[in-house]
Design a binder for this molecule. Structure first.
Ligand code: DON
Length: 304
């Protein structure tokens, strides 16, 4: 498939597209991002690369990192993981508190903030040096040794992290957080602060398009069954209360972040990453979703 041609065609279709939405401003540092940026990078499992626009510019991956933390926790804990977090779509915004009391502190899934905080708690329990070990893991699965946290963004989020503090305190009261709340929150804010380009993102998540095996190093990151389950969770939960809409329009498992990034996986084919900082009211990239919808429509290939 000549993906560069498809990118060109989709961009022609987007010429009159009105990029509504707003850059995330609830994290002060994210509001400084140039909202006109747009990048896309596709890496195939045969290591072919296709890109368009600002594909080599770093941005804050935010919630996209939840898939990597889930991967590492699932590797460590195995099926025991599901005693502390569910696998059901929440149908609620990413930072919602409403279900958590009713569900006795067990988050519906690992991709909403509550679930990601439980995953961080599990990693803090298991890793000797959580931040160093985590960044080493992401560098290993991507093959990119320069990927790093951004302390400026982590500190910025920490200064306004009231909802995440509320979520973790509520879960602690139910006994579903084992470690010190401030340690877990600090770890979580750092994971969200990681910066990557579209190219780096599409390389990092390629193992999920290749049944758990990193196509570059041939290393097994997850076994086939676990890789299938991560993709299934992304399909149903990756876009919070917009997961059905994303699935309906794009037809691929994916994950968004409030930095405006989206990764989507076509098993056995490719991983594509797009970046456009303006978000819709659900906190997902407005143009990013439109681009992916037109892309899978144009290629006439999706998982459905
Ligand atoms: O916890 C937060 O609010 C952010 N660090 C991450 C939220 C996010 O990316 C939601 N995704 N669209």
């Amino acid at each position: 498939m000549k993906y560069n041609k498809v990118f060109k065609k989709v961009n022609e279709q987007l010429v009159d597209f009105e990029n509504l939405g707003n850059v995330a401003s609830y994290i002060p540092e994210l509001s400084c991002v140039d909202n006109s940026k747009f990048g896309v990078h596709l890496t195939t499992i045969a290591n072919k690369h296709f890109n368009f626009g600002d594909a080599d510019e770093k941005f804050s991956i935010q919630s996209i990192s939840k898939v990597v933390s889930l991967t590492l926790a699932y590797k460590i804990e195995g099926e025991n993981l599901w005693k502390r977090v569910g696998v059901e779509p929440s149908g609620t915004p990413f930072n919602s508190l409403v279900q958590l009391e009713h569900d006795l502190g067990i988050p519906r899934n690992p991709l909403i903030n509550a679930g990601a905080l439980v995953i961080c708690d599990i990693l803090v329990s298991h890793l000797n040096n959580p931040k160093e070990d985590f960044i080493a893991f992401i560098r290993k699965i991507s093959g990119i040794p320069t990927i790093d946290f951004c302390s400026r963004i982590a500190d910025s989020e920490k200064s306004v992290g009231y909802k995440n503090a509320a979520l973790i305190n509520l879960m602690k009261s139910f006994g579903n957080i084992k470690n010190d709340i401030d340690v877990v929150l600090d770890f979580y804010f750092n994971l969200c602060s990681i910066e990557m380009t579209c190219k780096e993102l599409s390389q990092t998540f390629l193992f999920l398009a290749n049944y758990g095996v990193c196509p570059f190093s041939k290393e097994i990151i997850l076994n086939r069954s676990k890789s299938k389950r991560i993709n299934a969770i992304m399909q149903l939960c990756g876009f919070y209360d917009e997961a059905g809409d994303f699935s309906f329009k794009v037809g691929l498992p994916g994950k968004s972040g409030v930095g405006g990034g989206i990764v989507a996986i076509h098993p056995n084919k490719y991983c594509i990453a797009v970046w456009s900082p303006k978000l819709n009211e659900k906190g997902n990239s407005y143009k990013g979703i439109k681009f992916l919808e037109l892309f899978t429509s144009e290629t006439e290939v999706s998982i459905f």
